[in-house]
Design a protein around this ligand. Structure first.
Ligand SMILES: Nc1ncnc2c1ncn2[C@@H]1O[C@H](COP(=O)(O)OP(=O)(O)OP(=O)(O)O)[C@@H](O)[C@H]1O
Ligand SMILES: [Mg+2]
Length: 384
């Protein structure tokens, strides 16, 4: 299929079809002739904001309900972007919790939402906003966050998502003064995230996430993992191609070595980042921690060699688990993390391989195991 370049304005108009009068019927006719829906790529779209006329709707995001919001509607939903509604802030800008009632958009039920507002003085902009809409507007899966809509008004760019009550894995894993995430929950999160990535990698047109990390894994009330942040996502190689070459972006500590060295990007780059997250789930440690002894500061450098030695696993496993984990299962997860963290991309497993390994490990009853008691010896080695 040959795509014509579409402008961002045309895409937005397509998303808004069910609301405004646009030639959706015509687009539908063309699509039914083609027989199947082809996902639109970011590369199919001209990112210029000149706003050329819409003259080709042969590719459309038919069936994807994405709601256009006005800035005023989102102001109301978030109490005028009130400080107390702010739930986080990342490279794109601040994120606010809000509430939309069922009168705002016909067909959209009343619900809590997360509203991400572009920081106009920040490093990200229209391109990342558009990428999020193009990818998340079309990719729907239980392990991806649901994008409900967007706002485009003058220079303002906002994104509206379903609200995910437990926030990010980053917050859950490193929150102080709370009980640690149990082992079985960690496996559930690892499995959910793996399913989200597998869905992206195995799509007809593969998608490479490029910024897979703990802060981009959101957790639902039952700890279902939902991947978020597709502003840096990239269409993967297709056909004969083995990789795409691109400028290096992502987050330090999570990016695969070959991607950093050469810019060569494959789905296996995401598998490396997944290995880093798995290592964080095993150890409960941050990717870089300046408060630790120098050789332990960089998590991957310190822990990677210990992952393949079963006798050394106790040195790295999160002490907050207090021994409540299945030994054999933990060894398997450690070996899996080690494989994902291979220096070369080829030996890394696919995300389907990861799912096959994790699936049998998910039924562990944390409550069944007695806590592990640490006994501290005094200076002469006696135990009091
Ligand atoms: N849909 C959502 N539901 C609930 N909380 C959310 C949602 N989206 C984002 N958040 C919260 O907002 C925080 C900031 O998210 P954001 O993705 O903007 O930045 P980040 O992931 O921390 O950093 P980066 O820009 O490097 O990705 C998240 O860590 C999370 O706590
Ligand atoms: Mg994020």
């Amino acid at each position: 299929m040959i795509y014509k370049k579409l402008t961002w304005r045309s895409i937005i108009s397509m998303f808004s079809c069910y609301k405004t009068k646009c030639p959706l019927k015509e687009a539908k006719k063309k699509i039914s002739k083609q027989g199947s829906f082809q996902r639109l790529s970011l590369s199919d779209i001209s990112i210029s904001s000149s706003g050329q006329a819409i003259d080709d709707l042969s590719i459309s995001l038919v069936g994807q309900k994405l709601y256009p919001f006005t800035l005023e509607e989102l102001r109301e939903a978030t109490h005028d972007f009130c400080w107390s509604n702010m739930i986080g802030e990342g490279g794109f800008g601040p994120v606010y919790k809000g509430f939309i009632d069922d009168k705002i958009k016909p067909g959209l039920k009343a619900q809590s939402v997360a509203v991400k507002r572009l920081n106009l003085d920040g490093m990200q902009g229209h391109r990342e906003w558009l990428a999020e809409i193009i990818f998340l507007g079309q990719l729907k899966h239980p392990n991806l966050v649901n994008l409900l809509g967007y706002c485009y008004e003058d220079e303002h760019r906002l994104l509206v998502y379903e609200y995910i009550p437990r926030g990010s894995l980053e917050c859950q894993l490193f929150r102080r003064y709370t009980t640690a995430l149990p082992w079985s929950t960690r496996i559930k999160i690892a499995l959910g995230a793996a399913k989200g990535l597998a869905f992206l990698h195995e799509a007809d047109k593969p998608v490479i996430c490029r910024d897979f990390k703990t802060s981009n894994i959101l957790l639902d009330s039952d700890y279902t993992a939902k991947l978020s942040d597709f502003g840096f996502a990239k269409d993967g190689p297709q056909g004969e191609d083995t990789h795409v070459t691109t400028r290096i972006i992502g987050t330090q500590g999570y990016a695969a070595p070959e991607y950093i060295m050469t810019g060569h990007l494959t789905t296996k780059s995401d598998v490396y980042s997944y290995g880093v997250v798995l290592l964080q789930l095993i150890t409960g440690r941050r990717i870089m921690d300046k408060n630790r002894p120098s050789r332990e500061q960089s998590l991957v450098e310190w822990a990677r060699p210990l992952l393949r030695d079963q006798r050394k696993l106790h040195q790295i496993i999160d002490p907050r688990l207090e021994g409540r984990f299945p030994i054999k299962g933990a060894h398997k997860v450690a070996a899996l993390a080690h494989k994902c963290l291979s220096h070369h991309s080829q030996p890394r497993p696919t995300m389907s391989d990861v799912i096959n390994i994790l699936e049998p490990l998910q039924h562990f009853d944390d409550a069944f195991i007695e806590p592990f008691v640490f006994v501290a010896a005094n200076q002469d080695g006696r135990i009091n």
